[in-house]
Design a protein around this ligand. Structure first.
Ligand SMILES: [Mn+2]
Length: 456
């Protein structure tokens, strides 16, 4: 024998029909004699009798039972059964199904486990319901556009990976291509990681103006953004799919806003799954990167759905490519500027000050400040650079010292913009104003301005 399944009727038998073949034999103890007969006719071993009477259990070789499973609706009856089983076998593991959380009140019994019916629904029925709703949504989305329509997929002004991945997915979902369904923005992609994404995945984003909207009945779809984001009215909007909370109302033919999701890419992954579409490596990689970057690798504001979408996409994506997007190649000149700056590094009272001079990639400055903290004896990393006609200064510290944000604010805020947190801060000052105040941009000038405030 192996398992003893205790139930008012044959419901537990239905649940466990496929159980014996894999796990061991099950003996059913069922209160209702009619139901017990039915179970026996199906070929299962079954006794019937009052569930809270000793004699029902005396007929069973309890020493051969490894585990008991209980599903009875009345809480009091269930408790009597558990007490009875415990008097016969103190160390018998028991699992019971219930509609309220009760095992928590009985923590003293380590061999007693509870499974909530609502958890069963949540785990097995809810995903089916969600999937049907998503399927219905896909049908609706596809019905929005005629075969001959041109569709613009409009993104925010500086499109990020989540927006780009979502746009690609929408195009795929509609079975369209770049010519009939371009991805567009009024701005441009600027961050190096996002530019690397476009390059590596060969995605084109076209820049348009407000005048380009709705030419010759062009349809308009917005992903990862909502109409009020745009300062000017966009006219008739066909589709909006986004995960930001709705702050200002708007109208569109189709809307799907899920503010509890960490990424719009998650919504589109659900659409693709509901449509039984297997994502290409390119699309999966874009969506994975979208989810990853919008949720800070599933940490910030992420939802069970994000994790679910991520695990679905993972086997289809190209991980090596994501690593290359996250660490885009450094221009040769920037690398040389960094090398020269690092070789000059002087450490005064735990403060590392580096001026890298002219640099193309602004994001190198905070990265280098961060890197400084890894140098032995460094408690503060102060890195400056010239980006076009602006002086950019990034500061990092080990955290238990003075506030980096306040120090930068005191020195530079009246010249440009400055601020940040205790351990992480930034200042951006127009080059002309910096020169008026300090004469030149150099390590010496920045060190003189900052070190005394840091160390006193
Ligand atoms: Mn997003």
């Amino acid at each position: 024998m192996g398992y003893l399944a205790i139930c008012n009727d044959d419901l537990l038998f239905r649940f466990m029909r496929r159980f014996p073949a894999r796990q061991g034999e099950v003996l059913f103890l069922i209160q209702d004699s009619g139901a017990a007969r039915k179970v026996r006719r199906s070929g299962a071993k079954c006794l019937s009798g009052a569930l809270d009477h000793e004699r029902s259990y005396k007929k069973i070789k309890l020493e051969d039972i490894h585990h008991a499973i209980i599903f009875v609706r009345e809480t009091k009856l269930r408790k009597r059964i558990i007490t009875l089983l415990r008097t016969f076998r103190r160390e018998l593991p028991i699992l019971f199904l219930s509609s309220g959380k009760e095992a928590s009140r009985d923590r003293k019994d380590p061999l007693l486990r509870e499974v909530l019916l609502e958890d069963i629904f949540q785990e097995f029925c809810a995903p089916q319901i969600l999937s049907s709703l998503n399927r219905q949504r896909v049908i609706r989305i596809r019905s929005l556009f005629g075969e001959k329509d041109k569709i613009l997929i409009l993104l925010q002004h500086d499109p990020d990976p989540d927006a780009i991945g979502s746009a690609l997915a929408l195009r795929e979902l509609l079975g369209r291509n770049r010519a009939t369904t371009p991805i567009v923005t009024f701005g441009a992609v600027t961050r190096p990681e996002n530019l690397a994404m476009l390059r590596l995945l060969e995605i084109q984003i076209e820049r348009i103006t407000y005048e380009d909207l709705h030419q010759e009945g062009t349809k308009l779809a917005l992903v990862d953004v909502q109409p009020p984001y745009f300062k000017r009215p966009l006219g008739k909007i066909d589709l909006v799919v986004d995960h930001h909370p709705k702050r200002v109302s708007f109208s569109a033919r189709y809307t799907d806003l899920r503010a509890h999701y960490g990424a719009t890419s998650t919504i589109f992954t659900e659409y693709l799954r509901a449509a039984n579409m297997e994502p290409s490596q390119r699309l999966a990689t874009a969506l994975l990167y979208g989810i990853k970057s919008d949720t800070l690798f599933l940490e910030r504001g992420s939802h069970h759905a994000d994790l679910e979408a991520f695990s679905f996409l993972y086997p289809f994506g190209n991980r090596a490519m994501i690593v290359r997007m996250e660490r885009p190649a450094l221009p040769r000149e920037d690398l040389e500027a960094l090398g020269r700056a690092l070789s000059r590094l002087e450490l005064v009272n735990g403060v590392a000050v580096i001026h890298v001079g002219e640099i193309k990639r602004e994001d190198v400055i905070p990265q280098l400040a961060e890197f400084c903290l890894q140098i032995e004896g460094v408690e503060w990393g102060v890195v400056s650079g010239l980006c076009g006609d602006r002086v950019v200064i990034s500061v990092r510290n080990v955290g238990y010292v003075k506030s980096a944000g306040e120090i930068l604010k005191r020195i530079f805020d009246h010249l440009g913009s400055a601020g940040g947190h205790r351990s992480m801060a930034k200042a951006v000052i127009p080059l002309e104003r910096f020169k008026e105040r300090f004469g030149e941009v150099s390590e010496r000038v920045i060190r003189d301005a900052m070190v005394k405030l840091i160390t006193h």
